[in-house]
Write a protein that binds this ligand. Structure first.
Ligand code: GLY
Length: 588
């Protein structure tokens, strides 16, 4: 391996001579780091933004108001679970296009005084009873465009409220009503539309204007509300108030449930009273692993996240990562090769474990990991299989994430979603709730790609009451019983690769510097379509070196958005939100 590395370094030196006009953006021997992709000016921020440090607790999320609500709950005696619940409900108001009562999510918990300490709660949306394998295919067996993405047939049974309500019953401390108050207030009071929300309203204008409630909420005289204008969500505020009073019954049998069913009936949807009433939260064993001296805790199937990230970390464990991470082209190439193989496994194996009886532990077994390692060349890209997925969408803020930790050793990572931007592009009338289009995360037929370009197989075929495969990866790293990193992301198939890179950056590249670990440019590779996407910020030298190794490099059309908290070496806790989008970091 060492000889190969020397050869590669020689190759890169030759290349840099041949391209003497190419600016070398980084000092040779230093990890590549740039902030050119972060567009601080768009947000009116500086590069000093996005962090908070405190002696007791920290929280990072995809919303300013959301993180503030969470930290206030902690300051008034709530625990990390209370903070996460309050934050999640404010996110449903502040990011109506990303997550909310019409969707679902995952939560990874670490509670110092519990046995076991690690928990995983799956409140993901579930296929309705009347869903069927071929429901998105025409008579010729072709996928009908958009049927799984827009409108009533794209909607899976939501789990957001039921999930958070049960989590509160088991682990919460403060009263449920108190946790919902900040969300109710923000929805009534309104907030100024921020840049990415304004962009998404314009981007989805055509489909939003077909829905009367979405039109009433987001448009004035046919024109989208603009950045800086006030977004008041009265219907959502009233719904949240009912949820505060009635708990999960509100979305199972209450007025909100009836309103959702009325929408379904009026638009020939298949979601029924029985689906809403019988929704079940799943308490699953998290993916647990060892990486060097750290405990790794993350999302199990139906998420691909935990298995893939652990597989990638284990494969890399035997490479001289420290040496490689200082030499960007080799490091970038190695990461790309590792990601390619992991995503091929995702396509083949990942599905709802209640339906698919794969032994996922095989994908992280020593034998399997060793076979992957042997198959990787440090100087040559391996071509992906001939299966080709679709093109990736030019969107980035599907889904949202929150990370909370306290210095006592408790932590929550939770990723929440309604899938695509504004979900199914439909509000259940009178509720203010955007319904999810999570059905698109199933494989409509083997090899057909979803909105993220992901392909799937039998394992992820549609079946009644099944949960679609996911990329959501709420992840914790624990050292000697103390969480040291809490991380997760929003952004479809890029979630897994981004969480993985933040972990790698924090451990090996920027060594504990969480801000640089999040800010640094990222790559994405998902096997099919066969591209290595690089964010702006990679040097021309790196790109050319990778192309010479056979990588199909292109400019990343978008990147995931990560939120993380970190235990610092002085015992304080830090929160960092990702400047790629709206977010909030708070600590005290
Ligand atoms: N809907 C995005 C995911 O679950 O991966």
């Amino acid at each position: 391996m060492k000889t190969r590395l020397v050869l590669l370094v020689c190759l890169i030196s030759i290349l840099s001579c041949q391209t003497s006009s190419t600016p070398v953006l980084n000092e040779p021997g230093k990890a590549e780091y740039s902030e050119s992709h972060l567009k601080f000016e768009k947000w009116g921020r500086t590069s000093n933004c996005c962090t908070a440090i405190g002696a007791k607790a920290a929280i990072a999320s995809g919303g300013t108001y959301s993180s503030k609500a969470g930290i206030e709950i902690l300051k008034t005696g709530g625990n990390v679970v209370d903070a996460a619940i309050a934050t999640a409900f404010v996110l449903s108001v502040e990011r109506p296009h990303s997550a909310g009562l019409g969707g679902g999510g995952f939560m990874t918990l670490y509670l110092k005084d519990q046995k076991p300490r690690a928990h995983f709660i799956d409140f993901r949306e579930t296929a309705p009873e009347k869903a069927s394998r071929d429901m998105y295919l025409d008579k010729k067996g072709e996928v009908i465009p958009d049927l799984s993405v827009v409108g009533p047939l794209s909607v899976a049974t939501p789990g957001f409220v039921v999930g958070l309500y049960e989590i509160h019953k088991r682990w919460g401390k403060l009263p449920w009503k108190k946790l919902l108050t900040p969300a109710v207030e923000l929805a009534f009071r309104g907030f100024k539309i921020y840049p990415s929300l304004a962009e998404h309203i314009i981007e989805k204008k055509d489909c939003l204007l077909k829905d009367p409630d979405a039109t009433k909420l987001l448009f004035r005289e046919g024109e989208p509300l603009r950045e800086g204008e006030l977004l008041v969500q009265k219907d959502l505020a009233n719904t949240l108030r009912r949820v505060a009073i009635n708990g999960s019954q509100e979305v199972k049998t209450g007025k909100t449930a009836r309103d959702i069913l009325r929408y379904m009936k009026a638009h020939q949807g298949i979601l029924t009273e029985k689906d809403l009433k019988n929704y079940r939260v799943k308490y699953r064993q998290p993916i647990l692993g060892k990486f060097k001296d750290l405990e790794f805790i993350s999302a199990p199937p139906p998420s691909a996240g935990g298995v893939l990230i652990l597989q990638m970390l284990k494969v890399l464990e035997e490479f001289s990562i420290l040496e490689l991470s200082q030499k960007t082209p080799e490091y970038t190439h190695l990461l790309s090769e590792v990601l390619k193989r992991a995503y091929a496994d995702r396509s083949q194996f990942v599905g709802d474990p209640d339906f698919v009886k794969h032994d996922f532990s095989k994908l992280i077994s020593d034998r399997y990991i060793e076979a992957i390692r042997k198959n990787i060349s440090l100087t040559k890209a391996t071509p992906a299989s001939e299966i080709h997925g679709g093109e990736l969408m030019d969107d980035k803020t599907h889904t949202t994430h929150l990370s909370v930790m306290d210095v006592e050793g408790n932590a929550v990572a939770s990723t929440l979603t309604i899938n695509d931007i504004f979900g199914a592009c439909a509000i259940a009338p009178g509720t203010g709730i955007f319904l999810n289009d999570e059905m698109d995360d199933f494989s409509a037929k083997p090899g057909a790609s979803n909105i993220y370009g992901l392909t799937g197989n039998k394992a992820n075929a549609i079946e009644p009451f099944k949960r679609p495969a996911s990329s959501m990866s709420p992840t914790l790293l624990v050292k000697e019983g103390q969480p040291i990193l809490v991380v997760g992301a929003a952004g479809g198939s890029r979630i897994t690769t981004s969480v993985f890179q933040v972990l790698m950056n924090d451990l090996f590249v920027f060594k504990g510097d969480l801000k640089r670990s999040i800010f640094a440019p990222r790559l994405h590779q998902q096997w099919a379509p066969e591209f290595l996407d690089l964010e702006e910020g990679y040097s021309d030298l790196t790109k050319q070196s990778l192309e010479m190794m056979g990588e199909k490099v292109r400019k990343a059309p978008w990147s995931a958005v990560t939120q993380a908290t970190h235990l610092e070496s002085d015992g304080k806790v830090k929160a960092v939100f990702d400047p790629r989008d709206e977010g909030g970091a708070e600590a005290y």
